[in-house]
Write a protein that binds this ligand. Structure first.
Ligand code: ATP
Length: 353
């Protein structure tokens, strides 16, 4: 078996009293789009900077294709970083920006021109070479930064919130484009984001960070459908937590579980008779939020428990608001209940595939 593109082994990073990364073990495979997802301050960027070589771990090792690079400087590692602010040189043209790394290494002019043209084509910016960064849109600047990182074909590209400065529409377009470029070039991308939708959209696998530790690693569908901890359930998508007392009334098992809003059906009238494979609970609609394609309902099912439900807007528009205050029934399959205790013992097994 070939070695992973990047391995972090028992990595700890302390800044004085702050433990930014608290024992992370993780493998990123060759050609994989891998996201580090977590809230602000959870240690994602620090991990990325240790892979790049901008920070040294306090404990543990960083391996690139099986070689220990923990003590090597950034320029000695076959990785390039794309920063959120792009870090382009404003006085240079796009071509000069992209060629910069090759020029520093003394690559001759004709070879440079050829490779710059290739890199700009890769990011669909052929024909923009003469412009200055100030004459480009945010999305185009982002692609120049990516071309600059791609030009010497590193084994791994590290991206730190690269779409953070873009508006929502452009951000969505760039998510698709980045993923397709990554597939074309086949280089491992390690992508830092706090946006769960972005991580779910783009990644082959993702790691969910919390307080410097990894709570779960897996493909998007697995992390979303079977969160191992309450934190993962709440951070990756909306999650309803059903407390133990209500859980016992619904299922006979006195243990808290989570259930995703889209797994729950909401019935105003004519709810099917519950059976052994379903959960059924009555409640009052306390909030209705129209979201275009969907409407989100908050339904109070006990004095301390409100469940969120989403429904596709198949019916006539604006009918949903009439449900505010209505008494309804919620139903879902028992197989949609995720008992958190079932996954929590494997917490922080970041390296497992
Ligand atoms: P964000 O999404 O906001 O960038 P993050 O998950 O990337 O957050 P890090 O930037 O890795 O988090 O920071 C983790 C913790 O380490 C934070 O508490 C941060 O304040 C602290 N930290 C990071 N760099 C330093 C530093 N150079 N000196 C002191 N503390 C630091």
């Amino acid at each position: 078996m070939t070695a992973p593109a990047v391995s972090l082994v028992g990595v700890v990073k302390r800044f004085g009293d702050v433990t930014a990364v608290d024992g992370v073990t993780l493998d990123v495979l060759d050609g994989e789009f891998f996201s580090l997802l977590g809230p602000s301050g959870s240690g994602k960027t620090t991990c990325l900077r240790m892979i790049a070589g901008f920070e040294a771990p306090t404990e543990g090792w960083v391996l690139l294709h099986g070689d220990d690079v923990t003590g090597l400087a950034p320029y000695q590692r076959d990785v390039n970083t794309v920063f959120q602010d792009y870090a382009l040189f404003p006085h240079m043209t796009v071509e000069e920006n992209v060629a910069y790394g090759l020029m520093v290494r003394g690559v001759d002019k004709s070879e440079r021109a050829k490779r710059v043209a290739e890199a700009l084509d890769m990011v669909h910016l052929g024909g923009f070479g003469e412009r200055k960064p100030g004459q480009l849109s945010g999305g185009q600047r982002q692609r120049v930064a990516l071309a600059r990182a791609l030009i010497n074909r590193p084994k791994v590209i590290l991206l730190d919130e690269p779409l953070g400065a873009l508006d929502l529409k452009l951000r969505h377009a760039m998510q698709i484009e980045l993923k397709s470029i990554q597939r074309d070039v086949g280089i491992s991308f390690i992508y830092v984001t706090h946006d769960q939708e972005e991580a779910l959209n783009m990644s082959d696998r993702l790691a969910v960070f919390n307080h410097g530790r990894i709570e779960q690693v897996g493909p998007p569908q697995e992390v979303y459908e079977t969160p191992r901890t309450e934190f993962v359930a709440g951070f990756v998508g909306i999650s309803n937590v059903v407390p133990a007392i209500l859980a016992e009334a619904l299922t006979g098992r006195a243990e808290a579980f989570t259930v995703r809003p889209e797994k729950i059906s909401l019935h105003v009238t004519g709810a099917p008779a519950p059976n052994a494979s379903t959960c059924d609970v009555g409640g009052t609609v306390v909030d209705v939020v129209y979201l275009g394609m969907f409407t989100r309902y908050a339904v109070e099912v006990a004095h301390d428990t409100t469940l969120e439900v989403v429904r596709q807007n198949l019916d006539a528009p604006h009918r949903e608001r009439g449900l505010l205050g209505a008494t309804v029934h919620l139903q879902w399959g028992r197989d949609a209940c995720r008992y958190l205790s079932e996954g929590s013992t494997e917490e922080n097994q970041g390296g497992e595939l």
